[in-house]
Design a protein around this ligand. Structure first.
Ligand SMILES: *[C@@H]1O[C@H](CO)[C@@H](O)[C@H](O)[C@H]1NC(C)=O
Ligand SMILES: *[C@@H]1O[C@H](CO)[C@@H](O)[C@H](O)[C@H]1NC(C)=O
Ligand SMILES: *[C@@H]1O[C@H](CO)[C@@H](O)[C@H](O)[C@H]1NC(C)=O
Ligand SMILES: *[C@@H]1O[C@H](CO)[C@@H](O)[C@H](O)[C@H]1NC(C)=O
Ligand SMILES: *[C@@H]1O[C@H](CO)[C@@H](O)[C@H](O)[C@H]1NC(C)=O
Ligand SMILES: *[C@@H]1O[C@H](CO)[C@@H](O)[C@H](O)[C@H]1NC(C)=O
Ligand SMILES: *[C@@H]1O[C@H](CO)[C@@H](O)[C@H](O)[C@H]1NC(C)=O
Ligand SMILES: *[C@@H]1O[C@H](CO)[C@@H](O)[C@H](O)[C@H]1NC(C)=O
Length: 604
């Protein structure tokens, strides 16, 4: 290490002459260090030629400017409401300082990289290098190990500490994969129930009685269809057109793809006018689209069938982002960077036209995502919001607990070495720039889902944003004094923001109909209605809704049906209760599309 550092410092000073960048001889200092996360053990060293893609994040010194634009253009009381930024404007606002670009370039050139080996995001705020792990160890003065997750047997190549020359500390925010131990696995999908096959001829709510909420078909109390959601959420008399610019997208991970034949079976049953229509498939980093009927993903099929079924004929897109299989010691070419949200967001930020409403039904225990990394991913979501995109995420299925269905084995302990008992919030729902969707069930009354529990609570990373301060403080101040003290962060971003039906969804999977649930269902369903709201705004010659929360917590409140019963147990506690007004179980409540449409098509 030492020798190498010296060598490249020398080279660097030569280079300095050429590019005229000030260069100090600076020693390596530790940039980040973590304790090995619980449940992972070291199991050897990766082959030196194992390839990894290093992602180097440069600071975005004007992010606060982007953020203030975002809040202005998302505030219905502001004159700039709806005045979204262009791709170029957003890129300018997240561009690193030229000194940071120079310092990092100089470092990489002096370490022997050629310009064409260095890839960059469009705003140059990320540098991407695909290199052998031995080279990564050199430039980060670190040692990578194979770490194995004892419970699942999955392995990752990671380090628990890395360093950078001290003069770079202010010019690099983070480098991954290093300390990121999050795993993208089936548990990250917010699907709860196994698929329960049902009779093809099961009685379903088909007819669409126009009119009042009281007329909801009784079958909707046990089986949710597109028609049920339209009845329940007061959208039966709305017809979207295929000529506005409204659009909707669903993200898929873990090699899941949505099967088109299943979609046709679903449409035949629940949305006959959509028969023979489909969606646009986009592969990110080699995400699969194997249309073999038996291999369709339950999550992908659920999301696509309901989001597109509700919003038809609004055009739909489905992204499949490669799942980054875990490290297999004898395969040297595996890319297990395991950072799918960022991979996906990079890929769409690079596009000029982005679907205006996007739903994602995946999440991680917040503490398994390093804070600096979570902040960067969240900042990317702010960029999408600034460009007029509404982002919806499911809030998780395990109440205030960690992503473990069995309450007896929930691990509600901090990962930071202190092993404190704490509720475990879910990221990206805790990012203040996205809209988090919790789950409900039943009709008359609709209550918080109780076969599993809506993820909800408060972030340990992100502060309560202004738009929800009044709602959150009202909720917290009404709690019994001292309740759950130390278990949750009273200053944290509260989630979910809203809710929608979360269980007993009738879908088609592998050629058969059946029922499935999870807040995985709530998010795409809510997204479907947002796409209809955008359609209505376009018809009224208005801009798309973009980042929703400042609207939802202000003028939007009147467009929700407050849920008044239920809770979200977890971590061996009864969790939070649903209350009048916002609560960290069902948020502001479920949408009343008709009322929301009136609210959002007023002239602002
Ligand atoms: C829906 O089901 C719940 C529980 O199964 C029941 O309490 C409620 O009365 C039912 N509502 C209707 C309208 O049938
Ligand atoms: C829109 O709908 C009309 C009639 O329903 C149909 O003829 C037309 O092909 C559709 N256009 C697109 C772009 O799907
Ligand atoms: C869908 O396509 C099939 C086969 O091409 C055709 O027989 C059927 O009439 C079409 N249905 C609709 C509703 O367009
Ligand atoms: C899909 O996967 C199956 C099994 O893995 C394989 O037999 C089939 O050829 C694949 N189909 C496509 C279209 O790639
Ligand atoms: C690994 O990443 C490299 C660079 O991004 C890419 O070219 C290659 O196809 C990836 N390999 C796999 C197996 O995904
Ligand atoms: C953390 O604390 C819990 C209970 O307080 C205990 O069961 C567990 O073994 C502890 N874990 C570690 C890693 O110390
Ligand atoms: C929830 O409601 C129950 C019953 O009313 C009450 O005992 C409990 O303290 C409440 N919990 C919270 C977190 O408010
Ligand atoms: C449904 O929406 C319409 C506006 O489209 C509104 O006038 C009506 O009051 C709503 N119905 C209910 C029951 O909220």
């Amino acid at each position: 290490m030492r020798v190498l550092n010296l060598k490249f410092t020398l080279l660097a000073s030569l280079l300095t002459l050429a590019v005229a960048v000030p260069q100090s001889i600076s020693p390596y200092l530790v940039k980040e260090e973590i304790l090995p996360p619980r449940g992972w053990v070291k199991s050897g060293r990766p082959p030196p030629d194992h390839a990894i893609t290093l992602r180097i994040g440069l600071p975005q010194p004007n992010f606060h400017v982007l953020e203030s634009h975002l809040y202005e253009i998302s505030d219905p009381d502001h004159e700039r409401y709806g005045d979204h930024l262009t791709k170029e404007e957003v890129e300018d606002l997240v561009r690193p300082h030229p000194d940071s670009l120079d310092a990092v370039n100089e470092w990489l050139y002096s370490a022997g990289f050629a310009a064409e080996e260095i890839n960059r995001s469009p705003a140059h705020d990320w540098v991407l290098l695909t290199i052998p792990v031995s080279k990564a160890e050199d430039i980060l003065d670190t040692t990578y190990h194979i770490w194995t997750h004892t419970a699942s047997g999955d392995s990752l190549v990671r380090s628990t500490r890395y360093s950078l020359p001290s003069h770079l500390h202010g010019h690099v925010e983070l480098v991954q994969p290093t300390t990121m131990f999050g795993r993208m696995n089936a548990h990250n999908s917010a699907i709860f129930s196994p698929f329960e096959e049902e009779d093809v001829a099961a009685p379903l709510a088909q007819t669409v009685p126009a009119g009042t909420l009281d007329a909801v078909d009784p079958s909707c109390n046990t089986t949710i269809t597109v028609s049920c959601l339209k009845q329940l959420y007061n959208a039966t008399d709305y017809e979207a057109s295929n000529t506005t610019k409204s659009s909707i997208g669903i993200t898929g991970y873990l090699e899941q793809f949505a099967n088109i034949q299943d979609l046709q079976s679903f449409y035949a049953e629940q949305r006959p006018d959509a028969l023979n229509t489909s969606f646009k498939f986009v592969s990110v980093k080699g995400g699969l689209n194997n249309q073999t009927l038996s291999e369709a993903g339950a999550e992908a099929n659920l999301d696509v069938q309901f989001a597109f079924g509700i919003s038809y004929p609004v055009p739909g897109t489905f992204w499949s982002t490669a799942g980054r299989p875990p490290f297999i010691p004898d395969t040297r070419t595996v890319n297990n960077t395991n950072e799918p949200y960022q991979d996906w967001v990079d890929s769409i930020l690079g596009q000029k036209d982005i679907p205006l409403v996007i739903s994602t039904s995946y999440g991680d225990d917040e503490q398994t995502v390093p804070e600096n990394y979570a902040r960067r991913v969240c900042a990317s979501f702010a960029q999408l919001g600034a460009r007029g995109v509404s982002l919806l995420f499911s809030s998780g299925d395990y109440g205030v607990g960690d992503g473990n269905a069995n309450p007896a084995t929930q691990q509600c302990f901090t990962n930071d070495g202190k092993n404190q008992t704490k509720f475990i919030p879910v990221f990206p729902s805790t990012c203040p720039f996205v809209t988090s969707v919790g789950g409900t069930q039943n009709i008359n009354p609709e209550v918080a889902v109780s076969r599993f529990y809506s993820g909800g609570g408060f972030s340990n990373y992100f502060d309560t944003p202004d738009y929800q301060k009044a709602a959150v403080s009202k909720y917290i101040s009404a709690l019994p004094k001292g309740l759950y003290k130390g278990l949750y962060n009273q200053q944290g971003r509260g989630f979910p923001d809203v809710a929608a039906q979360g269980d007993r969804y009738r879908i088609w999977l592998a050629g058969k109909p059946g029922k499935i649930g999870g807040t995985s269902a709530s998010s795409p369903a809510f997204a479907g209605f947002v796409a209809l709201l955008n359609d209505a705004r376009f018809k009224a010659k208005q801009k798309p809704l973009g980042f929703l929360n400042p609207l939802l917590y202000s003028k939007g409140v009147a467009g929700f049906t407050d849920i008044l019963s239920g809770s979200n147990p977890g971590c061996g506690t009864p969790g939070f209760n649903v209350t009048k007004g916002w609560d960290p179980v069902t948020g502001l409540g479920t949408p009343n599309f008709g009322k929301l449409k009136e609210i959002v098509t007023k002239q602002y």
